[in-house]
Design a binder for this molecule. Structure first.
Ligand code: SF4
Length: 658
């Protein structure tokens, strides 16, 4: 391939005319620029949102580092550009570029896009179009990159099947290296059979899904009849990837330190993957099983090296439910001790109500700083919490929040969902009662009126590969009515209502997420129409237009005999073929159905970390078992640090984000 030149000279001329130009210039600490001609395989990686959201994305950062460690591979990053720059790029003919070396995305061999939410789909189309890559995968030829989707949304990539060449389910660390090896070998052989042969080789691994190699047949009533391979040697089901030994993949080692402001500025280390708590709405918990813990010693080493490298002042111990790590107590006390007297603070971004305790509170606040605490009871009433399998009692919540207030926190956030299966008005109104009790108990325990809580409400979206994948969504008008009534109920008692913040989104974005989450290939035409109508950055309320989606669905879907409600407010039957049935998350479909039935009776499913296996199917399908400690190992000894000195921190623009 001929060498590729930077588009920066053309881009630079546009920078004075746009907002936040620094986000497009690259050069962050941790960024890597390699000689184009000295490598064999070249990846462009993206999180399809603005730089400020995309840069901190752990998945992209890990793959970027894993790939760049390979001597004959380069990986660069590209993000969605804001509409002001998009307009100028179109006028001036500047293509979608990477921020590392400002190379055009179309020059790369592979374009990997990580989706944690389906609301990034329209941004994918913008990036492809600006890159000069045909939106239709079938119209691409050997000059174009292979477009690969990953992330949680890739567990049902059918709505974007027309626009991607492939999807990878599950953990990416090993998958990207395996894909790289296949591309490397194919190139070394002189690229036999072109793009088609390369895709076939990827599909035959059984862990890369290539939508064009599968045909979807429909029944007269609009439901799917079957999804079958149309090429020899392509598997009937594509399996997810699972990285079993997290200690063998201690990334990020050299985290990216942003130059522009981003949503998170901290050194984030994933302390375990997977979750078996079994919350029935939670796709992340279901599709990332089994539980795999990173050992306390590896976490300690990663934090030490990550902070020294980056200069961050906050350490985020990430996972789906961080307080559930079997050695979380020792981990937090070890880190608190290690960084005592420095300005390094610890945070657990997701903390289960019933796993937070006094010791943890003290360790998290030992250096005097208290990062935000969020607890997620998810449901307002005991009944609805049984339906969703969130086994948290009102007493648990009160005790936990009082622990936080008593240890110096003045503010906590409580997260709930609205629109859950079987939900009534009363289930939602109970949120107000809970919040009132929280404030009263907090005042009683601290003797202070200076405490607050924020009630934050999200709309429930049924997700593939969860027990609620068959559930109907509530009408947006009902959601809006319940949320309005809840606001009134919170404010009905002014003496406590004043101490309660209330944040919610109306029901409309959830309907669109519902369409995209459980959509099939026919939904691709809706996405394209929305994008043609100007749809961009649908995850941002100021850019999202419900009208645009409703109109596009009304224009496109009737030709297929379906409509928006068919995808959202329709409950599915057990026999229905779901658009993602050929994509294997490891979960047994019969088990999911049984758990859905159990939800209706309020049966609570325990966590298999501490009770016997309940046969969800994942461990046998991965030929493994859950991995939890305690290991008995200690975080220490690490080299003591007396006031953390960090090379490059100031010049890299690192700053604290509370
Ligand atoms: S197979 Fe059993 S042990 Fe493994 S995650 Fe499922 S329920 Fe837990």
């Amino acid at each position: 391939m001929a060498s590729v030149t930077s588009v920066f000279p053309q881009l630079e001329r546009l920078l004075p005319r746009i907002s936040k130009p620094i986000q497009y210039v690259g050069g962050e600490l941790g960024a890597v620029v390699k000689d184009w001609d000295a490598v064999t395989v070249r990846w462009a990686l993206s999180y399809p949102d603005a730089y400020e959201v995309g840069l901190p994305n752990q998945g992209v950062q890990i793959l970027y580092e894993v790939l760049n460690e390979q001597p004959d591979v380069l990986a660069e990053r590209t993000y969605a550009v804001w509409p002001d720059l998009e307009k100028l790029m179109r006028e001036e003919g500047v293509p979608q570029f990477t921020v590392d070396a400002h190379r055009p995305v179309t020059a790369f061999d592979l374009f990997g896009v990580s989706f944690s939410t389906e609301l990034g789909y329209t941004n994918l189309l913008t990036m492809l179009d600006l890159a000069g890559i045909p939106l239709d995968a079938s119209a691409r030829d050997d000059r174009h990159p292979i477009v690969i989707a990953g992330g949680h949304a890739a567990f049902n990539p059918e709505p974007i099947a027309d626009f991607i060449d492939a999807a990878v389910l599950g953990d990416g660390e090993e998958a990207v290296l395996e894909i790289t090896a296949i591309v490397r070998a194919w190139k070394a052989e002189g690229e036999p059979g072109g793009r088609d042969e390369l895709l076939l080789r990827l599909a035959r691994t059984e862990s890369v899904y290539v939508p064009r190699f599968y045909d979807v047949d429909y029944l007269p009533d609009g439901r799917i009849q079957r999804i079958v391979p149309n090429r020899a040697d392509v598997p009937f089901r594509v399996h997810k990837r699972t990285t079993m030994d997290l200690d063998a993949w201690p990334y990020p080692k050299r985290p990216l330190v942003p130059l522009a402001e981003t949503v998170h500025e901290r050194y984030a280390v994933e302390i375990f993957r997977g979750c078996t708590r079994g919350c029935r709405f939670c796709q992340a918990g279901m599709i990332t099983r089994p539980v795999r813990e990173r050992s306390i010693t590896t976490v300690g080493q990663m934090v030490k090296e990550g902070l020294e490298y980056s200069g961050f002042h906050e350490v985020g111990l990430l996972s789906l439910s961080s307080a559930d790590h079997s050695e979380i107590g020792d981990m937090c006390s070890g880190l608190a001790q290690q960084y005592e007297g420095t300005n390094v603070s610890l945070s657990l971004p997701s903390t289960r109500v019933d796993a937070f305790n006094v010791t943890l509170a003290q360790e998290l606040s030992r250096n005097g700083r208290r990062t935000g605490l969020t607890f997620a009871p998810e449901g307002g009433s005991e009944r609805i919490r049984q339906v969703i399998n969130k086994m948290v009692t009102e007493e648990d919540l009160i005790r936990t929040v009082v622990t936080a207030y008593s240890n110096g926190w003045r503010q906590v956030k409580l997260y709930f969902m609205c629109g859950l299966p079987t939900e009534t008005d009363d289930d939602v109104l109970q949120i107000a009662k809970l919040a009132h009790e929280v404030i009263k108990a907090g005042r009683a325990a601290t003797g202070s009126r200076d405490i607050r809580c924020t009630v934050s409400i999200g709309g429930f979206v049924p997700k593939p590969h969860t027990p609620f994948q068959w559930a109907s969504m509530e009408e947006p008008e009902v959601i809006d009515r319940r949320l309005k009534a809840l606001k009134e109920a919170i404010n009905s008692d002014r003496s406590v209502g004043k101490a309660i913040g209330y944040r919610y989104h109306d029901g409309e974005p959830s309907q669109v997420e519902g369409l995209l989450s459980r959509g099939d290939r026919r939904v691709g035409a809706v996405i394209r129409r929305v994008w043609e109508d100007g749809g961009r950055f649908d995850g941002w309320s100021e850019h999202f237009s419900y009208r645009r989606w409703v109109e596009a669905a009304a224009a496109v879907l009737p030709a297929y005999g379906v409509d928006l409600a068919w995808y959202t407010t329709r409950e599915r039957e057990q026999v229905e073929v779901l658009p993602w049935d050929h994509l294997d998350s490891g979960l047994d479909k019969d088990w999911l159905w049984q758990d859905w039935q159990d939800a209706m009776t309020g049966y609570e499913q325990d966590d298999c970390r501490w009770t016997p296996c309940f046969d969800c199917g994942v461990c046998p399908s991965q030929d493994t078992e859950i991995q939890i400690g305690p290991t008995g190992r200690k975080l220490l000894p690490l080299t003591p640090v007396g006031g953390l000195r960090v090379p490059g921190a100031a010049s890299a623009g690192a700053h604290q984000h509370g």
